[in-house]
Design a protein around this ligand. Structure first.
Ligand code: NAP
Length: 342
């Protein structure tokens, strides 16, 4: 029986990703061992590598670890208490924050974090969806509760999150403005954006006013401007801004972080209160039920995966470098071969 596999390892905080031989993970009683067939990169993978998201997580990152959260693959072994999946099932999902490991031939994942792969999607199309799909869903449906005819600005419409959020907002019958460079223009137009602002030449806050909602993927000055273009009663959901005291309390991160976040996000929460805008900092931690909901939306045709480039797993480091450049149009995928355990 094979004991080792290829995996992208982060040996210590801040270390460069390394494609190397590693032990095949052993599974717990609730786990599946999945032969990963495709995995997609998300910017959070790099943040975890640098150790700078520990502050918003319940558990600290333990080094060394195998990089990657999003995956699609085939179950090759099940733990003794697994009830929902069998060997041979095709599955996809996003592992929980404290348990990465999808940039590898095999990964151990709790069955609660997994859903059956939609039959209509290839492994790569499925691996492209979990984090960005779940994030867009939580932002647009659950936090903004976007309704027909409302106006939403989606920052960085050509990115992994933006490409799904545009499709989802159009499916919800909203008016969609987005920011993109010239290289992203055709893509966001094709996805349905009604108004496209070239962020290199135009400041969106000069041209957009009285919006119902903004999905902020940039943080910093863009978040301040987002709060200024939303009308009273509207909502700004930030994926890249500052966590506030409300987030710490929702996530049960304890009084110290609640106080700390309250202080660091004071400028944002004060501005939001002055403008009577609802501000939410969002940090996804998904489970399999949410991924199953995503499947229903995909099967209903609400949105499609948008893939920029696929790489063979042998070129995983090139894939990660390309994705980390921050210029991908949609998702960057690594494809792994079918590997038998025997
Ligand atoms: N908190 C959470 O739970 C959560 C979840 C998902 C994502 N995020 C965060 O959300 C952000 C976006 O994620 P992603 O996966 O969409 O990233 P991504 O796929 O790497 O985004 C790349 C795209 O962003 C565009 N872009 C870069 N700077 C821009 C700017 N200033 N204005 C407009 N577009 C810009 C690039 O276009 P050009 O190259 O053409 O300029 C490129 O197409 C990241 O910061 C990520 O960490 C957070």
């Amino acid at each position: 029986m094979a004991k080792t596999m290829q995996a992208v390892l982060i040996n210590k905080k801040g270390a460069a990703p390394e494609l190397t031989e590693a032990a095949i993970p052993t599974i717990g009683v609730h786990d599946l061992l999945v032969n990963v067939r495709a995995a997609s990169y998300n910017p959070v993978d790099n943040r975890v590598r640098k150790g700078n998201v520990s502050i918003v997580m319940k558990k600290k990152t333990v080094f060394p670890f195998v990089m990657g959260y999003d995956f699609a693959g085939t179950v090759v072994q099940v733990g003794s208490d697994v009830t929902k999946f069998n060997v041979g099932d095709d599955v996809y999902g996003r592992t929980r924050n404290d348990r990465p490991g999808s940039f590898a031939n095999f990964m151990a994942v709790d069955e609660a974090d997994v859903a059956a792969k939609p039959q209509s999607l290839s492994m790569s199309e499925a691996a492209a969806l979990p984090l960005v799909g779940l994030t867009a869903y939580e932002a647009l449906h659950e936090r903004m509760k976007l309704t027909s005819g409302q106006k939403i600005l989606i920052l960085a419409g050509a990115g992994g999150v933006g490409t799904i959020a545009i499709q989802m907002a159009k499916q919800m019958d909203a008016y969609v403005a987005t920011t993109a460079s010239k290289k992203g223009y055709d893509l966001v137009k094709r996805l349905g954006a009604d108004e496209i602002i070239d962020y290199h030449t135009t400041d969106f806050s000069d041209v957009l006013h009285d919006y119902d909602a903004v999905l902020d993927t940039q943080g910093g000055d863009d978040l301040i401007k987002a709060l200024q273009i939303v009308k009273p009663g509207g909502t700004v959901v930030s994926l890249a801004g500052l966590p506030d005291a409300k987030f710490a309390s929702e996530q049960q991160l304890g009084w110290f972080k609640a106080r700390l976040f309250g202080l660091v996000a004071h400028k944002i929460t004060k501005l939001a209160a002055q403008k009577r805008v609802n501000y939410h900092f969002l940090f996804m931690d998904a489970d399999g039920d949410q991924v199953t909901n995503l499947t229903k939306l995909v099967e209903a045709g609400a949105f499609k995966s948008v893939i920029d480039r696929k790489f063979n797993f042998d070129d995983a480091i090139e894939a990660i470098d390309y994705a980390m450049s921050g210029h991908a149009k949609g998702k960057v995928i690594m494809e792994m071969p079918a590997v038998s355990l025997n």
